[in-house]
Design a protein around this ligand. Structure first.
Ligand code: SF4
Length: 360
C-alpha cells in the first residue's frame, strides 16, 4: 500500500494511473466499532486524508446548491458506514451471476454514461462497508445445493477503484479462495492490480476488466485508468503466478459498445491491442454490452455532464421494456446486428477458444 498522498500513484507499465483520493472521509460511530472499519480508518489516516468522526450513523449535509454541486461534493466524499440489514438479503443478478452483494455503494469514476445514474438513492457519495466480515459470512447461506454459485461484487461500485482505501477486495478474494463451490466475479475500469496478484484465490475469483475504444474511454470515462493501463492489468492478472502474474481466469467486458462514426476502426484498434497483450495461452471470457439509457438516467447524466458528446437521441433508438415495465433505449435492430456481427466474427477469429458469454 502507498504510504502518503504524494506517493499515491502506481506505475503501470509506461504510464501513471492516479489513485482516487477523496477530499473528505466521514466515518460513523457504528463503523468505528467494527475492526474492519478501524483498519479502513488507519489506512485513510496513513494516506494523510482528512477524516471526520461523525456523531450519528446517518449521513447528512451532503447536498450542494444544485445537482452539479451535489455531484461534485459527493464524488469527493468517502463515507465509512455499516451495510444496512437489507444488504444481507441477496438479490439474483442474471446474466452476470447468481447473486449480487456489495463491498461498497457508489463509485469514484466519472463515466458520462454511468450505469449507476439514478439507481442509487441520494447524492453519489462513495459508501464503503465496515462490517465486511459479516457480509462475507452471510454469503454461504446462498450456496446452491449443487454446482457452483457465483456472486457479483461490482453492481454498485468499482471495487478496485477504492481498494487502496479499504483492502476489502483482496480480503473478499481471499475469503472466496477458502470456500467450496462459491465463485466471485467483479469488474473494474482501474488498473492497480499489483496487490491482488499473490492473493490465494484458488481459481475461485474472476476479475473482469472493462474495455472500450481508446477514444470513447478518453472522452467519456473520467477518473478511470487509461486503456493502456487496463490492458497491462489484464496481462498481469492473466499471467501464471509462476511468471509473476495473478494466474486468474480473466473476463473482458467490452462496454458500452457505441456506434460512433468510426466505430469499426476504433474497436479494431482495441482488439489488435488486446491480442498483442494476451500473447500467451490463457483462459479468458468476453461479455459484450451495447450502449443503452433510460429516460431517468439520461436526464440525470445530462445534468451531471451538460457538455457530454453521448448520443442520447431517442428517435434514433429502439425502445424496450425491462421486466419491471421501465423503458430503455437501445440501438435499432440494424445497428445492433451490425455491431454484434463485427464483434462475434472478430473475437472468434482472434480468440477462438474464448467463450462470448453474452451480447446485450
Ligand atoms: S466505473 Fe461504472 S459505476 Fe463507476 S462511474 Fe463508471 S460506469 Fe459508473
Amino acid at each position: 500500500m502507498v504510504a502518503t498522498q504524494e506517493r499515491a500513484e502506481v506505475i503501470t507499465n509506461d504510464r501513471i494511473a492516479k489513485l482516487w483520493m477523496p477530499k473528505q472521509v466521514l466515518i460513523t460511530p457504528a463503523a468505528l466499532e467494527e475492526p474492519w472499519g478501524q483498519q479502513i480508518y488507519e489506512r485513510v489516516k496513513a494516506l494523510g486524508l482528512p477524516v471526520q468522526e461523525l456523531k450519528q450513523n446517518r449521513l447528512v449535509n451532503l447536498r450542494g446548491a444544485d445537482e452539479r454541486e451535489t455531484y461534485r461534493k459527493a464524488k469527493n466524499t468517502l463515507a465509512v458506514v455499516t451495510a444496512p440489514a437489507s444488504a444481507f438479503k441477496l438479490q439474483p443478478i442474471p446474466p452476470s451471476a447468481d447473486y449480487q452483494f456489495h463491498l461498497a455503494e457508489g463509485c469514484p469514476a466519472h463515466c458520462q454514461y454511468c450505469y449507476l445514474a439514478g439507481s442509487l438513492q441520494g447524492p453519489p457519495v462513495i459508501r464503503v462497508f465496515a462490517n465486511l466480515p459479516a457480509i462475507l459470512a452471510n454469503l454461504p447461506n446462498y450456496k446452491k445445493p449443487n454446482g457452483i454459485t457465483t456472486f457479483e461484487a461490482s453492481c454498485y461500485t468499482d471495487p478496485l477503484g477504492i481498494e487502496h482505501l479499504t483492502g476489502s477486495l483482496a480480503e473478499t478474494i481471499r475469503f472466496f479462495g477458502e470456500q467450496e463451490n462459491m465463485h466471485l466475479r467483479w469488474v473494474t475500469k482501474y488498473s492497480q492490480v499489483d496487490n491482488l496478484l499473490a492473493v490465494p484465490h484458488n481459481g475461485h475469483s474472476q476479475p473482469r476488466i472493462s474495455l472500450n475504444a481508446d477514444l470513447i474511454s478518453r472522452r467519456l470515462e473520467g477518473g478511470t485508468a487509461s486503456m493502456a493501463a487496463r490492458l497491462a492489468a489484464v496481462r498481469k492478472l492473466a499471467l501464471p503466478q509462476a511468471a509473476g502474474g495473478g494466474g486468474y481466469k480473466v473476463g473482458l467486458v467490452i462496454a458500452p459498445i457505441m456506434a460512433v462514426p468510426d466505430w469499426e476502426e476504433q474497436y479494431t484498434h482495441l482488439l489488435d491491442n488486446l491480442q498483442q497483450t494476451l500473447d500467451f495461452p490463457c483462459d479468458i471470457t468476453f461479455e459484450l454490452i451495447s450502449h443503452r439509457f433510460t429516460p431517468g438516467s439520461k436526464a440525470l447524466l445530462q445534468e451531471w455532464y451538460p457538455n457530454t458528446t453521448i448520443d442520447f437521441d431517442e428517435d434514433a433508438r429502439s425502445m424496450k421494456f425491462n421486466k419491471f415495465g421501465g423503458k430503455k433505449f437501445v440501438y435499432n435492430a440494424t445497428t445492433m446486428s451490425t455491431l454484434r456481427s463485427f464483434f462475434y466474427s472478430e473475437l472468434k477469429r482472434r480468440f477462438p477458444a474464448a467463450p462470448i458469454l453474452y451480447w446485450t
